[in-house]
Design a protein around this ligand. Structure first.
Ligand SMILES: Cc1cc2nc3c(=O)[nH]c(=O)nc-3n(C[C@H](O)[C@H](O)[C@H](O)COP(=O)(O)O)c2cc1C
Ligand code: SF4
Length: 680
């Protein structure tokens, strides 16, 4: 790992080590400005020891804005105060902070707020998928963009930040000029590689003139748009790198994959192998040599992989961006050697929130975005005389988090889990194709429980009487939720269940997963899965079954397929695999009736329905109910009992882990027999 700790000189600045967080749009801004939440977030990563932190993409010109209404801007001189605040927050640390300057181009939205409804602008009238057809930029407007970037760069420097990057990747404006798909211009900005690089060079020169020779200035590049020869290919990027590095402006190139057609590779979910971008980075490094530093991002979560990449000379710096959402202290912990880190699993709750315009959170780390309240050093340890005996029933994500935090605070904690393996629903997810990383999340949760001195007892299901006899100070019932098998669905508000759902053929998703895991043939040869949730899980079961030659149809009442899986950038990886396996996918239908082996599907809008014959099993993934019988049996019989997580109310995993953390932090202040309803 020594390679990681070697400082790197970039321009006139020294970065203390080789790990960075590349730009991440956090959606923490307040009226277009850096907020206290940003400052706490960045300070936490600096304390954790990361060498270089990038800002999120900052709008650098008025000509082409950002599709996010709450985007931060850099072109207005009011931005300097925010930069000063970041510089002041990070002053005690060696970590360097670079701004990313950006313009959206064709991916902008013309009418997102109430002001500035001009047409979207781009190099040529070529729309991005789902986007608007842009009005081509005039030469005069391009000159204004160049001036605006230079002014933004001057603000970055005036604000005391350490460097900046022009955002040329991911299919935003500068990347559109570099792309043969978006750039069809016949003036000096279009045509061959030299012309397509012209805007990046002019911007670089103007920025350089504004900030001086020593200030680190780099360019981010997408090395493959993944649309074949129609877009930027790795070979194009090597050609662009020759042109750009010969221009001698940029101190570094920051490489990552993907643009508007392929953001599911840019922010790759767990379907994609770790470290996939390193092979291209090595080619780029061989080409540019010492002329510029090569930075690279792409699902690097293992510090050993990062260290190898640097030691082998594949890259000068390695991004572990989401890895630092999951654990801002991963480098500090690595240095201490004996502390376990929480590894990013590629669940993409973070990016789904950012794309929806919601403040970024991490499914595994409830402190992300809440650093002021829950960052390192905020946990009160209890006076040993006041330490409680805490018994947790259920080692799912809520139970494990509750237990680990309570144990870290000095309480005496034991977790009982009825299965032979911990993890609750995460354990089931980890069985699904391409979802094995969830097992790693469970391992890390158990490790942090044990590190804190908590104990886990597997294959143990204490009943109410045993718990009453044992009489711990606190019982936390974290027994999760069960999938409904009656088929109740909002699409049929007139009835409580699907006729025929009780004939033994209909099972909830959890039961189906357990059976399939034990015996892949146990669900029969024809299975209908009703997906009312839109996550990867119903698709995962479909894929697993179809890989075993089961005939599978996924039916959803929704009018879009897998909406949640799409937001998490999983769907584009899953769908081709389902198609390859011949899984049938039906939109806009709900289950009307199960009659013997026939399943009647009704069109949610009243059109003609359909019957599927010869069905062995109907899997229902529509609704969940809290598994809270134990809680009900304990209320009034033990001193202090509460439900945690899905056992209280079934929700997203991020929400139940958040709740567990909040509860464990307030353990002593709860009254008796209360569900905690807390205000965080
Ligand atoms: C929530 C989120 C927001 C992002 N916003 C930006 C951005 O503003 N600019 C950018 O260049 N990349 C952005 N990215 C992409 C990351 O910089 C990085 O390329 C990607 O996450 C892959 O690196 P990782 O696997 O280490 O996370 C974002 C990623 C995430 C997860
Ligand atoms: S939400 Fe998932 S992908 Fe995002 S940082 Fe957390 S673990 Fe990683």
């Amino acid at each position: 790992l020594r390679a990681l700790w070697t400082p790197l000189r970039v321009g006139g600045t020294t970065i203390p080590n080789r790990v960075m967080t590349s730009a991440m749009t956090l959606q923490y801004g307040e009226r277009g400005r850096i907020s206290d939440r940003h400052l706490a977030f960045y300070r936490e990563r600096a304390r954790g020891g990361v060498g270089l932190v990038f800002s999120e993409q900052l709008t650098a010109t008025r000509v082409s804005g950002s599709p996010f209404p709450e985007a931060l801007d850099a072109h207005d001189d009011g931005a300097i105060d925010g930069f000063n605040a970041i510089a002041a927050a990070l002053a005690p640390y060696e970590t360097r902070f670079f701004a990313q300057l950006f313009a959206a181009g064709a991916v902008d939205v013309s009418a997102s707020g109430l002001d500035g409804w001009g047409p979207v602008r781009g190099p040529s009238p070529i729309a991005a998928p789902g986007g608007e057809q842009p009005l081509p930029l005039t030469r005069g407007e391009i000159a204004t963009i160049v001036e605006d970037f230079a002014r933004s760069a001057a603000h970055v420097r005036a604000g005391g930040l350490d460097g900046l990057e022009v955002h040329g990747s991911h299919g935003w404006l500068i990347g559109q000029f570099l792309s043969p798909y978006y750039n069809r211009r016949d003036d000096e900005y279009g045509g061959d590689a030299g012309n397509r690089c012209r805007l990046a060079i002019e911007l670089g020169q103007a920025v350089r003139a504004a900030v001086g020779h020593k200030f680190p200035v780099g360019l981010s590049l997408c090395y493959d748009e993944l649309i074949g020869a129609a877009g930027i290919t790795p070979e194009d990027t090597l050609e662009q790198l020759s042109v750009l590095s010969a221009a001698g402006i940029y101190d570094f190139f920051d490489l990552s994959i993907g643009s508007s057609h392929s953001e599911h590779h840019t922010i790759a979910p767990m379907d994609v192998p770790e470290g996939f971008a390193l092979a291209f980075a090595a080619r780029a490094k061989a080409l540019v040599g010492d002329a510029a530093a090569i930075l690279v991002a792409g699902r690097i979560v293992d510090p050993t992989m990062a260290a190898f990449a640097v030691a082998d000379g594949a890259a000068d710096m390695v991004a572990m961006s989401r890895a630092h959402l999951a654990d801002p202290y991963l480098l500090a912990k690595l240095r201490e050697r004996n502390r376990r880190i929480t590894r990013c699993v590629g669940a993409n709750t973070c990016v789904a929130r950012a794309l929806r315009g919601e403040p970024v959170a991490c499914v595994l780390n409830p402190a992300t975005g809440r650093e002021a309240a829950w960052g390192e050093g905020t946990l009160d340890r209890v006076d040993p005389a006041r330490a409680r005996s805490v018994l947790v029933v259920g080692a799912g994500p809520a139970g494990l988090r509750f237990a680990a935090t309570a144990a870290r605070r000095g309480h005496d904690v034991v977790v009982h889990e009825r299965h032979a393996e911990p993890g609750g629903h995460l354990r089931q997810w980890s069985w699904l194709p391409a979802r094995g990383a969830w097992a790693r999340a469970v391992d890390d949760m158990v490790a942090s429980l044990e590190e804190a001195g908590g104990r886990l007892v597997l294959g143990s299901e204490p009943d109410a009487t045993a718990l009453v006899n044992e009489a711990p100070d606190v019982v936390a019932v974290a027994t999760g939720a069960a999938w409904d098998a009656s088929g109740r669905t909002p699409e049929r508000p007139d009835r409580a269940a699907i006729p025929g759902a009780d004939d033994g053929r209909a099972v909830g998703l959890d039961v189906a997963l357990e059976r399939w895991r034990r015996d892949p043939t146990s669900l029969g040869t024809r299975v209908v899965i009703v997906d009312g949730v839109g996550t990867f899980a119903p698709f995962g079961l479909a894929e697993g079954l179809a890989a075993g030659d089961v005939d599978v149809e996924v039916v959803t009442p929704a009018t879009t397929l897998g909406a949640r899986a799409a937001e998490q950038l999983e769907l584009p990886h899953i769908l081709p695999r389902l198609r390859e396996l011949g899984v049938a996918l039906t939109l806009g239908h709900h289950l009307d009736e199960i009659a013997d082996r026939r399943v009647v599907l009704a069109d949610v809008w009243g059109g003609r329905g359909r019957t599927v014959a010869g069905v062995d099993t109907v899997v229902l993934a529509c609704a969940r109910d809290p598994r809270d019988a134990l809680y009900r049996a304990l209320v009034g019989r033990v001193g202090n009992v509460r439900r945690v997580g899905d056992a209280l109310a079934p929700r997203d995993t991020a929400a139940v882990i958040h709740e567990a953390e909040a509860l464990a932090r307030q353990l002593e202040s709860h009254g008796r027999d209360t569900d905690l309803t807390f205000v965080q």
